[in-house]
Every structure is written in C-alpha cells, then in structure tokens.
Ligand binder design. Structure first.
Ligand SMILES: Nc1ncnc2c1ncn2[C@@H]1O[C@H](COP(=O)(O)OP(=O)(O)OP(=O)(O)O)[C@@H](O)[C@H]1O
Ligand SMILES: [Mg+2]
Length: 411
C-alpha cells in the first residue's frame, strides 16, 4: 500500500555533515553538538499492507511526528523515498509536483492532527467537507459525503451545529470525519485520541477498529499509550532517536523486546487488562455451540468440546439451569467467586458468570476455579457467550493483542 525506503530527515541548513556522521554511526546528540543539525528520522524503511493498522510509539522527540509527516511530505525528507502503491500503479511521493501532491494528500493520504484545527465558526458539516472543497468536489457531493462521514463517526444530526458547541470528544470525531470524507485509502493519525478522557478514548478506539474493518483503511497511528497500541496495532514500530529500533506484532514486541529501551517500554504491558471477556467467548450461534433440544420456554445448549455440560437458556436469554455430568451446577457471579479463597481443585459443580465487558484477566481467574465453561452475560444477565480454554486459546491465535495470554494460561 505504502512503503518508506531509507527515509531520513535532518533538520537544519547543513544536512550533509550530519548525514556523514550518521553513516559513521555517530549518535544524535553527538551530531547536534558537532554540527547543530538535528536528526529527526534516521534511515527508516517499512512496507504497509492494505488494511493494516500500523502504530508508531516512542519517547517524546524520538521522531514519530516527523516520520508521519515525511510520508505525505508535509516535511520533505532529506533522504530516502516514499512510494504509494495504488491500483493505477506506483506514485513516487517525493517526485510529485504541487498539483499531484495535493491530489496525493486528499485522495491517498489524509491526515488527522492531534489538534484538529477545526474552524470554530463554521458548521460541523462545512468543517467535514473542507478537504473536499480544496479538492474541488461539487457542493452537492461535498455535503453528501460529509453527511456519510458524520454517520460513520456517530455524529449524524450534528451537521448544522458549530464545532465550538461540541465537546472535546465530539470535536475529535469531527476531525476523524473530515479525514474520512476525503475517502483517502491511508489515514495518518498523530496522537488523535491523546486528549480524550479514558471512557471516550475507549469508545473512539472501538469506532476506529470498526471503521477500519468496515472500510478497509490503512492506518498509521501515533500514540504514547501502550495499551492503545496493543489494542489497535497489527504491527508496532518503536522509535528511538529517529530510528525504528523494533518493528513487529504486539506479541513479538512484548514477548521478545530487542533492546533494553523496548523492554522498558513494554515492561508494564498487560493485555489481559485490555481484552474483554466478551471478545474471547464463543457466541451462541457459533458452530462450536450446539442446541441439543428445546424444552418448554428454553433451549438446552452445549459446547461441542464439552458435551457433558448442558446449559438451559430461557427464552428471555437468561440461564435457567446448568448440568455437568448430569449433576446440577450452581451459577456464581464472578465477584462472589473471587471473594472466596481459591480452591485446591477446580469446581465442576459451580460455574462462573462473567459480564462481557469485564477484562480477560477476571475471566481467567474465574476459569481457574471452575472446570466448566464460563458463562459470559450482557448487562441484562442474558447469556451471550461461552468461554472454555479452547476459546481463550483460539482468541489468542486469531485476534490481535491476545498472544501474551497464552503464556499465562500455560503457566
Ligand atoms: N521543525 C523542526 N526544526 C528543528 N528540529 C525539529 C523540528 N521538528 C522536530 N524537530 C526535532 O526532531 C526530533 C523529532 O521530533 P518529533 O516532533 O518528530 O518527535 P515526536 O516523537 O513526535 O515527539 P512527541 O512525542 O513529543 O510528539 C526532535 O529532536 C525535535 O527536536
Ligand atoms: Mg509528535
């Protein structure tokens, strides 16, 4: 989709001396002392697949924003190149003239800034349509596309309001909608959620995942928040002093940090706090859950790998009874279960009931006490999923960010 080849950016009027020192392996600090030039990005190469979610992390000043801005040439690189791989062939971003560059920025690479720079006295709709206005899209189509983008970010009906009347989180969505309205294939996002409070941030993360799944966008996303990186990233690049010191899947970064700097970065990462119980459970209509029979007012289900455990689900969606090896199983809410001392063996006559929005960690603790599938329920206590060790391991293999859990389950 897009590739960076040996991208380098030196800030300052005399980059040659700095480049020479870089090639000699001198440090960023030494170069600045000797030449006054600042190394922004140092020989970075990567290739992003279509639909990939690529996260850039690193300490302040490590070169994240500079790298991102080199991609759409808001900052012209000192060396290296950026190539867009489009259906119509490759586009050399560095070689583009002003007109083509404008087209690249609107059609291929849209950018979401940390501060969106919304126009406060214009309506939400006009703000979203702004990029299209620059593209010369007709007014009718502009407004149409703006409306669709607002729908996508959950702001339908807000088009006529002024952006200054919206909350911070809503304004961030307007910025997102503006980038979406351009229908660019790649979205460059520089800490787009960093100013949000945790709840709204979580909501926006879910929205961006959904948008990416629905629209197949390729996303380059800068964040300081490791949990956010683990949650969103297909791959994460960690930057230090302008270099990418490690690039890999979240699992790889966490389980196999290549340098002490990366290790420091991920030391406190715990994905079991990030992933929800709902994500790891198998849904009831999944082919691993069988409906054994109907009884008046209820269905009797079982998990294919644990056919000796039966769960009777009433027509209201709630569990009415559960049996293991034909003996009755008591349903115990997670918190009650955890309040007890951990038993020496795992119960087979009790089952944990866990809300779907609880973290995986809680589900694991429950699973560690009960040797029957965990019942995952919604906020109305309706059964929405079952979790056996099999589901946990499947989730670990199939979904992003779950990998470290495998280690914990095995331990
Ligand atoms: N316009 C500029 N002129 C000179 N030096 C710059 C310029 N922009 C950035 N730099 C330098 O380049 C390096 C990388 O800066 P950059 O803004 O890319 O860091 P960052 O990783 O995005 O940091 P932050 O997390 O604080 O946003 C820093 O040393 C910075 O001082
Ligand atoms: Mg930055």
């Amino acid at each position: 989709m897009i590739r960076a080849e040996n991208l380098t950016k030196i800030f300052g009027p005399k980059p040659d001396e700095a480049l020479r020192m870089l090639q000699e392996g001198q440090s960023k600090d030494a170069i600045r002392e000797a030449t006054g030039q600042v190394v922004g990005v140092d020989d970075v190469s990567f290739r992003l697949a279509r639909g990939e979610f690529f996260v850039i992390m690193g300490l302040s000043g490590s070169g994240k924003s500079t790298l991102l801005r080199c991609l759409n040439r808001l900052i012209p690189p000192t060396g290296g190149r950026v190539v867009l791989e489009t259906d119509e062939g490759e586009i050399e971003v560095n070689a583009a003239g002003p007109r083509q560059l404008r087209e690249i920025r609107t059609r291929h690479l849209s950018m979401v800034f940390q501060r969106f720079g919304l126009l406060p006295h214009r309506s939400v709709r006009d703000n979203v349509a702004y990029g299209l206005e620059i593209q010369g899209v007709s007014r009718h189509e502009r407004l149409d596309r703006a409306e669709r983008a607002l729908d996508l970010v959950g702001l339908s009906g807000w088009g006529a309001s002024r952006t200054s009347e919206l909350s911070g989180g809503m304004q961030q969505r307007v910025g997102l909608a503006r980038a979406l309205a351009t229908e660019a294939e790649v979205m460059l996002m520089d800490e787009p959620f960093s100013a949000l409070d945790p709840l709204i941030k979580m909501q926006m993360q879910q929205e961006i995942i959904k948008l990416q799944n629905d629209l197949g966008k390729t996303i380059v996303f800068i964040t300081h928040d490791l949990d956010e990186a683990l949650r969103l990233g297909d791959r994460i690049a960690i930057m230090e002093d302008g270099k990418v010191v490690q690039l890999g899947t979240p699992e790889k970064i966490i389980t196999d940090p290549k340098t002490a700097y990366v290790a420091d970065f991920v030391e406190h990462a715990d994905p079991t706090h990030v992933i929800s119980a709902g994500t790891v459970s198998v849904e009831l209509d999944h082919d691993r859950v069988d409906v054994l029979r109907r009884v008046p007012g209820a269905r009797v289900l079982s998990h294919r790998t644990q056919a000796d455990v039966e769960i009777e689900v009433g027509d209201d969606g709630r569990v009415r009874a559960m049996r293991a090896d034909e003996a009755s199983v008591e349903l115990v809410a997670l918190d009650a279960l955890l309040a007890e001392e951990a038993p020496a063996t795992r119960y087979r006559d009790r089952a944990a009931v866990v809300r779907a929005d609880r973290p995986l960690r809680a589900l694991l603790e429950a699973r560690n006490r009960c040797n029957v599938p965990v019942l995952v329920v919604d906020d109305q206590e309706r059964l929405v999923g079952l979790a056996t060790e099999r589901e946990i391991i499947h989730a670990i293999i199939e979904k992003r960010g779950h990998h470290r859990v495998a280690v914990e389950v095995a331990a």
